[in-house]
Write a protein that binds this ligand. Sequence first.
Ligand code: BGC
Length: 510
Amino acid sequence: MVGCGNDSSRSYSHNSSSRSNSTSGSVEITVAMVITCIIAASGGLIFGYDIGISGGVTTMVPFLRKFFPSILKKAGDAETNMYCVYDSQVLTLFTSSLYLAGLASSLVASPVTARLGRKFTMLLGGCTFLLGGAINGGAENIAMLIGGRLLLGIGIGFANQATPVYLSEMAPAKWRGAFNTGFQFFIGVGVLVANCINFGTAKQSWGWRLSLGLAVVPAAVMTLGTLVILDTPSSLVERGKLEQAKRSLQKARGNADIESELGELIKASQVAKEATDEPFVTILERRYRPHLIMAILIPFFQQVTGINIIAFYAPVLFQSVGLGHDSALIAAIILGIVNLGSILISTFIVDRFGRRFLFLEGGVQMFICQVAVAAILAVTTGVSGTERISKGNAILVLVLMCIYAAGFGWSWGPLTWLIPSEIFPLKIRPTGQSISVAVNFIITFILSQTFLSMLCHFKFGAFLFYAAWLAMMTIFAALFVPETKNIPLDSMDTIWKQHWYWQRFVKEQP
Ligand code: BGC
């Protein structure tokens, strides 16, 4: 497409080498940085664990009997088509209440990360989630259940806001994509571990308690890990802690000369200090319009890929063909493993092939799979959805879902956390990330609240709905997402200035 990005990154590297060697990415990876970033990325664990656990727990009979007896009765009565079995507003409200709490805390996280640092915010996220997990594990009534869930949501809001920013600021430009994908990788690990735990606990009457209570483990891992890492050099410089910033940068960059990179950070922080406006106001200025649009549309598009719906539907489909609870969970586990593998692939190629390539390839791959799944379901289960799908066709659908999950795992999965954390200038970076997380949560909330009845009414058409969005987001990525690979954070303005469309917003005002 007309100068959409690859060009800008190429032409940038010419300028940058004369400017600042260390920030342009000649820095090598050090063991200390790898360990720091792995620890930080574990912030994704709590989010993933909750995604994986809540889906399973809400289908456990003892859990429903204790907290939602009316739903259990309705499920017993259900004599409906296969798309409607799980349609229950109250239950989805329980699951998605977490996203409303996360929405609020991700916005609060903006001033917290700016004033108290990325590390502190991650710590806060870990502790709050830990408390929520403990309350949920011991829940005796709905109030405890919902109260715990709100704390989990607050914890995730903080963690999801601060962790991607931490990773992007810590990594050298050349490897920023690779390190940042660690966050999505840990989300995937959390989902997978949670699915395995549900698999083990589903048969016990107190299994739900264990599943919910074990949330304290990923929370403890993350919290303790955060205690031993240093905050990012950018954040420390911004908060006037120069000595600590130097230490953090030296530790991350090993023997490399850090003076010029530190100089760039100090310069960026001085620019940030000159802006006295409230960041939520600054971000609305015309020159930040392209950034803001990305921070809103990217998480929106990520959710309308339909990833959570596929993750939810795979086990349901397997159960509905009579393969039983075990094979339903096995389907989820297979999807989880494929997803993890593809995130790893993305780690290795995101800084080489670039973000745009992954967006486009992943989008096309997911589109084809959604259309194919819809077609198979339409043909095999009939328009009303009352005919049973054969085991062979169910397996075919699962294979397509795996190809779909791989597409997500190397594109919209990790890139949704990466792009918003790398495109904003320092002064509004936390705010941009907050908005992005908030959008992610609100759309997840709306979709999870409506998906089950949509599936019930649209049947296989629900998959076509997501296919249409996939087509749209792929075209959007082709036309409007600039390439950000290899570009130092404090030089990111070049990508907009060289973009065929966005340049009109960022041109210097006379
Ligand atoms: C998304 C979640 C999704 C998860 C799947 C995340 O990036 O934001 O909605 O459930 O990936 O692994």
